[in-house]
Structures are given as C-alpha cells and as structure tokens.
Design a protein around this ligand. Structure first.
Ligand code: ZN
Length: 199
C-alpha cells in the first residue's frame, strides 16, 4: 500500500531510523497503538507548525522571545553559549545556573560547510555589545569542532569588555554535555575558568 510505504519513508527522516525499524514502527502503531499514533501525529503537526526560534537566544519557543529570556529573576550579566537546545535542557536540569543563554544551533564545521555566520555569531557579538553582559561562558562540547568554535568566539569577543570563561575540566574530551549527570555539569559550571587569550 502506497500510504504505508509513504509513512515508512517519512519516518526515515529521523536520525538512526533505517527502513527495517521504520517498518517496525509503522506496523507497531497500526496493530497496537492507533490512539498513540494519532496523538503523535497531532503533537508533531503542532510542534512543526508553531515552534519558532527565540529572537534573542535562538532557542526553540512558541513566542517571539522565549521564557528563559523573559524571566526577570535571571541574571542578564551572564550568557552561557551552548551548541544546541538539548544542552540548555541539561544545564537547566542541573539547577546550577541562573543566567541567560545563547544557542548556536551547531558548531563551526568546514567539512559540513558550516561557518560562523551560519551559527549567528555576528548576532552574539551584537548582543554582547548592546546589553549589560559581563561574562560569556563557553559551554561547548570539547570536540575538535567545539574547540574551533570556542577559539572563533574568543577572537570575536576579544575587543569587548566581557570576561570569557569555559566550563572547568572534568567534561570528557569528545564528551557530550547532554550525557553528563547534573552534578558534573553543576560542578563544571561552578568552577568555570577564565580563558587566557593566546595571540
Ligand atoms: Zn530566548
């Protein structure tokens, strides 16, 4: 049936889902979970249609400016730069940070054709220049691309007045922020270090 084949094909847009697992998912929903399948379709439609990116931090939101950016009890003077919205969730779950965020939605990766302007880095500079930011925390994953991105941001912000810090060592090299437990993230944030500039 074409419509089933179409659904199997559509599910393959998900990371790690090949033809066999897409087929298993579709037949599982048809045989055992039609209600949940309908709910999935309804949620998917709403999220894909209505979620936008916050004009201030780039994170996903239903509004022009997201909840984290509008909360008045958060510290405007600190901005934590992360690679993606999952990192924001991981840091929020650690309950150890009360500043604002800037979500890059990726990292510099020449091999994938992703450069600084694709990550909205000029917008980060503008935000630092036009708001009362005193500290920028670079909470990027310590992969090669993460390091490249951190160096680029250091250069970008070199002539501003902000101090640039990074998470304390303890984040494993090549490790992913979202895979760390809340306590490790909290400790790495608390013991963050000022980055020395190397010219
Ligand atoms: Zn925001």
């Amino acid at each position: 049936m074409d419509i089933i084949a179409n659904l199997v094909e559509a599910l393959r847009c998900l990371p790690g889902v090949g033809p066999k697992s897409a087929q298993r998912m579709v037949f599982h929903l048809l045989q055992h979970s039609r209600d949940r399948g309908l709910r999935l379709a309804a949620c998917l439609e709403i999220v894909m249609r209505d979620v936008v990116q916050c004009v201030s931090c780039n994170n996903y939101t239903l509004h022009h400016v997201c909840d984290l950016c509008t909360q008045i009890d958060r510290n405007d003077a600190i901005v934590c730069v992360v690679e993606n919205p999952l990192d924001v969730m991981a840091i929020e779950q650690s309950h150890s940070y009360n500043g604002k965020y800037y979500v890059l939605m990726g990292k510099i990766s020449p091999i994938d054709g992703i450069g600084p302007s694709d990550l909205g880095l000029p917008k980060l500079l503008e935000r630092v220049m036009t708001s009362p930011v005193q500290e920028v925390i670079l909470a990027l994953n310590p992969s090669v691309e993460g390091q490249t991105t951190m160096h680029y941001i250091q250069e970008l912000l070199k002539h501003t007045k902000v101090s640039i810090t990074q998470l304390a060592h303890g984040i494993p090299i090549g490790g992913d922020l979202v895979l760390l437990d809340a306590m490790t993230i909290g400790r790495a944030l608390k013991k963050r270090e000022i980055i020395d500039f190397v010219d």
